[in-house]
Ligand binder design. Sequence first.
Ligand SMILES: [Zn+2]
Length: 313
Amino acid sequence: MRTAVLEGPGKFVIHDVPTPRPQEGEVLIKVAACGICHSEMPLWDGSFGQYPNRIGHEVSGTIVQLGSGVTHFQVGDRVTIFTDRYGYSEYVSVPGDQVIPIGANTSFTAALGEPIGCVVNGLRRARIGLGDTVVLVGVGFMGLIMLQLARISGAAQIIAVDTRDSALKRAAGMGAHICLNPTEVDVKQAVMDITGGAGADCVIELTGNQAGLDLSTELVRVRGNLVIFGFHTGERRVNMFLWNWHGLDVINAHERAPSAYVEGIRAGMKLLESGSLDMEPLVTHRYPLEQINEAFAVAYARGDDYVKAVIEP
Ligand SMILES: [Zn+2]
């Protein structure tokens, strides 16, 4: 089978390798789509990681073979999986307990299990209440999923914050009530005006950077929830005074236990199938495996028209 091997920064090479044989308890998946993840960019630009490396963890596809002992799936089942590697390949074999079925009305490009499961789990931790004012600081790919889930969780008012007007335009199209660009307006002042000086009930930080964390802290009302969903790869400075003075509930919104991932993905697939979550507008770019270098370059550049790219091996 063909697989893409990241041999160094900016360089995938397509190799021919033996198709994996499903071991006991495993299922072999023919990969239909694998999303390119923002978390893979440090490997692509060489700032972090080891080579050669076979990555790709946002996989959907069809079961083509069952290992011994697998009884709850059949050949031909359409599924998404929880995995941490090998997604940019024609086939991948994973344990059956990391396989989640997808519905008949759900497309493979929509059924990107890992990011959807992450947002479902983050949303569950955020504890949005009926009628809440929710601020999303950062409305890229994950933020736009979170926006949809915040809507169905009962938020009365959703405020999207992003430095990119293109992202805000998409957020407005997906139901954000108010869009604020920190390079153009005083976001703190605007949120205070909107909330009668109180601040927001729940602020979800999705930037992974210091500025986003600082801004998010300032927007939460007294006794509100500050939800840290952004992926922070280093140490951060926090405004402990505001955290204390405003009596904030500061919530880490990341899960790491595999069982939690799988459970979050399972819920996400149901939301997709019911139409409560729409991924189609978010997948803006599609490439065959042979064009994976071009796809990564586009994902890295994150142009105005870019939200998410998938590889279709
Ligand atoms: Zn990912």
